[in-house]
Structures are given as structure tokens and as C-alpha cells.
Write a protein that binds this ligand. Structure first.
Ligand code: IMP
Length: 433
């Protein structure tokens, strides 16, 4: 039995979609544990480009079951649209997708509440994806949320929905939200959508336990990244869910004792979308080059991503919080043209060394990164699939990251295609997947 968590080691967009898709060949089930359609996983298979937002990337592999766990929040319209797009591309979604009956439902008014909240005077705008994710999780922890199971109990659903709608009406009136919201139409539409996916909804914790007890292999797919985790990330510039490894247990109902390994995914540099501190951000031509070479534009919102250099203190922090067994370094080829590559090896604050990740965004904004510059390899690594074939300087770069972060680099991605990947034989990663 092998049960592994694959998650982002930075602020998301690390290339997990490709990694999970690649590894899923060796698993029976791929399960998402948090987030919603704010995530964007892009997978290239030959000529075809798949953008997955809510459905685990494992769905692209025939025979692999995809599970949306209880920790995920679901916009039914977005889910149905994604299902239809994938079905039209020949993917057997209805056959292989299962959805937790405990996952919470995002309603259209969650998006409007979010817009209002982001725009409020004196509030620090987070730069969210505007998908209603935060307000839905607010309702969940406020214990007034509506879960998938509730949708199939029409009488209770209507009562719960009407109470929730009355709350939102009060909020909208209080904050003078001018947009018209047709609550009755939303309720009716939700009932229609729910009927279309009813056969896919079940107790996915039971499904996962049964599968594991029969020796099936399960991979948990994190969305976003550790630095966007609501507890361990750069609060308040975070998403509203538990993106770190611990979230895999609470978000699926699988206990920590059943997890065999944890794999962190990180780019060979760093990106971030939305607002918030980013110590190694490069706002000059080098940042532009990373954006251009790495095509760094959000898969969901299309926003240009902020780009910067690999940050060892940040990786050491996310390795601590998650307990990474191995790292997969993605987009190594994006660095191919650089003469030298800065790597942040330490933080200073007001001239003093910083040994812990600051808890406040204000302190993080003031961090001065300490850089070491490594020589670039200035030759293409695109598509290389064996470690020994990497230029010596690229190997030295990876060894440097390994030494400084204290985590093995078990995998390297050298292009978007499945075969443009190195899995180092004998690595912990190789043993886990
Ligand atoms: P929310 O998740 O829409 O509430 O947005 C909160 C923060 O998380 C914003 O800075 C978003 O840009 C960021 N975020 C949410 N999902 C992703 C993702 O999948 N990749 C990268 N950033 C994300």
C-alpha cells in the first residue's frame, strides 16, 4: 500500500497538475482535499491542453478514480462546466469521479459577498480569485454552510437555504450592495444542478478507507501551496483552506497514520499571484524574463504572476510544516538562458539574521534576502529525462538546493509534457510512487 500527499511548497502554481498527472499512472485513486475552483492545474498531453480547476488531475488517466474530498468547496455550475468540457475531450468523468457528501457548496452570492468584502474601506485587499471561496469557508466554520448531502433532502435544504439567504440579504443591505440577487432562482438552479450529479455523491471517507483496506494506492493532491495555507501561510494573504499536508487528513477523513509519504512540488524559482509579501520577488528585467520564459500567467484568472528567485528559508519552512520526504523541482528549463542564478540563502531583518519565518506580513515585507549567485548553464535542458544528461551546472544548482533545504530533489520537470521529467532512481520519491 502506498498513500502519498503531493502538494505545493510555495504560493501555488508550482506545476502540481503535471506532477500529479504523471504519478497518477501508478495510483488507483487521486483525491483533492481542499480549495475549490480557485485552483488551476494545467496538464499537456500531446497536442491537448487540459485545465483542471476542481476535479483532481487523476481523472485524465483511464481507470484512475478521482475523489473530491470533504475539505473542498464546490461551485456546482463550475463543476458541471468542467465535467462537460472534459467529457467533450473524451475523459470518462462521470464514471470515475466521486464527490464527498460532506463537501460544502458555494452559491453565487458568495462571490458577491467576496467582492464587497475585498472592496471595503480600510480592509487590506487580498487579491482573491473572486470565486466565492473565502465566504463559503466562512459559512462552513460559522456552522451555517450547506453541504452536498443537504441538497438531496429537499425540505431541509429549502429551510437551510432560506435561512442562509436571509443572512446574506441582511449583509447585502447593511453594506449597501447594489447588485440584484435572485435568491429564489439560485435555489431552484441549485436543485437542478444537484440532481445532475447526485449519483456521484457519496461518503468518500468510507470509499477511501475501503480502497486502502484492499491495498489500493491513493494520492492526495493539494491545491494552492503551503504559503497560502490559512494557518501556516502569509496570513492574511492566503486562501481560506488548509493547503498544507495536514489538510489531507481533515479534508478527506483519512488518518495521519495511513500516510506513507509527502512530496513537495516547487518551481526552480518562485511565483505568486495576488497580493502579499514575497521576499525574493524580482521586479526588474530578470523577473520579466522568468515570466516570459515560464509563461507565468494564472491558469484561472489569467493574471500575470509575480516572479522571483528560489527562497531557501521559505522552502525550509514549508519542509518543516509538511515533513517533505522529497521535492520535485519543476520548470528547470526556464532558467536555461541565465548567466547566473541568484538563490536566497538567508533572511535579514533590520540587519539581524532571521532564523524563523516571521508570523506577520509586515515583518515579511521588511525582510532583506541574502543571495548567493550560482553560475547558469546556458544550454537547453528542455525535455531531458535522465539526471546524468543534465548539464553539470544544472546538477550543481539542484545539489545546492538539496543541501540548503535538507530535502532530496527526487524529481525534476524539464518541460510541460509527461515524458519531460526526471525521476531519480533510488530516491525516496522513486520508492513512494
Ligand atoms: P482565494 O483562494 O480566491 O480566496 O484567494 C486568496 C489568495 O490565494 C489570492 O492571493 C489568490 O491569488 C491565491 N490563490 C488562490 N488559488 C490559487 C492557486 O491555485 N494558485 C495560486 N494562487 C492562488
Amino acid at each position: 500500500m502506498s498513500t502519498v500527499i503531493v502538494l505545493g511548497a510555495q504560493w501555488g502554481d508550482a506545476g502540481k497538475g503535471k506532477v500529479v498527472d504523471l504519478f497518477s499512472e501508478r495510483f488507483d485513486i487521486v483525491a483533492r482535499y481542499q480549495g475549490g475552483h480557485n485552483a488551476g492545474h494545467t496538464v499537456f498531453i500531446g497536442e491537448k491542453k487540459f485545465v483542471l480547476k476542481l476535479i483532481p488531475s487523476g481523472i485524465l488517466r483511464p481507470g484512475v478514480e478521482a475523489v473530491i474530498g470533504n475539505g473542498v468547496v464546490i461551485d456546482l455550475a463550475a463543476l458541471l462546466q468542467e465535467m462537460e468540457t472534459l467529457e467533450a475531450m473524451g475523459i470518462a468523468v462521470s464514471k470515475n469521479l466521486r464527490i464527498s457528501n460532506r463537501a460544502h457548496v458555494i452559491f453565487p452570492f458568495h462571490r458577491l459577498i467576496e467582492k464587497m468584502s475585498e472592496a471595503r474601506e480600510n480592509r487590506v485587499p487580498i487579491g482573491t480569485t473572486s470565486r466565492g471561496i473565502g465566504p463559503c469557508y466562512e459559512d462552513k466554520t460559522g456552522r451555517r454552510g450547506i453541504r452536498m448531502a443537504d441538497l438531496f433532502d429537499p425540505e431541509s435544504f429549502r429551510t437551510m437555504y432560506d435561512v442562509l439567504a436571509a443572512d446574506k440579504k441582511t449583509l447585502a443591505d447593511t453594506f449597501q450592495l447594489n447588485e440584484e440577487i435572485d435568491y429564489a432562482a439560485i435555489r431552484q438552479q441549485t436543485e437542478e444542478y444537484a440532481a445532475r450529479i447526485q449519483s456521484l455523491v457519496c461518503d468518500t471517507a468510507v470509499l477511501l478507507h475501503d480502497a486502502m483496506s484492499h491495498g489500493k494506492r491513493v494520492m492526495f493532491e493539494g491545491a494552492q501551496g503551503t504559503m497560502l495555507d490559512v494557518d501556516h501561510g502569509t496570513y492574511p494573504f492566503v486562501t481560506s483552506s488548509s493547503a498544507a499536508a495536514g489538510g489531507a487528513c481533515t479534508g478527506t477523513g483519512v488518518p495521519p497514520t495511513k500516510i506513507n509519504g509527502i512530496i513537495g512540488v516547487s518551481k526552480a524559482y518562485i511565483t505568486r499571484v495576488g497580493s502579499g509579501p514575497f521576499p525574493t520577488e524580482s521586479k526588474d528585467a530578470a523577473g520579466d524574463l522568468l515570466r516570459r520564459e515560464g509563461n507565468e500567467f494564472g491558469a484561472v484568472t489569467g493574471r500575470p504572476r509575480r516572479c522571483g528567485w528560489f527562497d531557501v528559508p521559505l522552502l525550509r519552512y514549508t519542509a518543516m510544516v509538511n515533513g517533505f520526504d522529497s521535492l520535485v523541482i519543476t520548470k528547470l528549463d526556464v532558467l536555461d538562458h541565465l548567466d547566473e542564478i541568484p538563490v536566497c540563502v538567508g533572511y535579514k531583518l533590520c540587519g539581524a539574521d532571521v532564523h524563523e519565518m516571521p508570523a506577520t506580513w509586515r515583518a515579511l515585507e521588511m525582510i532583506q534576502p541574502v543571495y548567493e549567485k550560482l553560475p547558469g548553464w546556458r544550454t537547453s535542458t528542455r525535455g531531458i529525462a535522465r539526471y546524468e544528461q543534465l548539464p553539470e551546472r544544472a546538477q550543481s544548482y539542484l545539489k545546492f538546493l538539496e543541501g540548503k533545504t535538507g530535502v532530496e530533489v527526487g524529481g525534476i520537470s524539464t518541460g510541460p509534457e509527461r515524458n519531460e521529467t526526471i525521476i531519480r532512481p533510488g530516491s525516496k520519491l522513486d520508492g513512494l510512487i
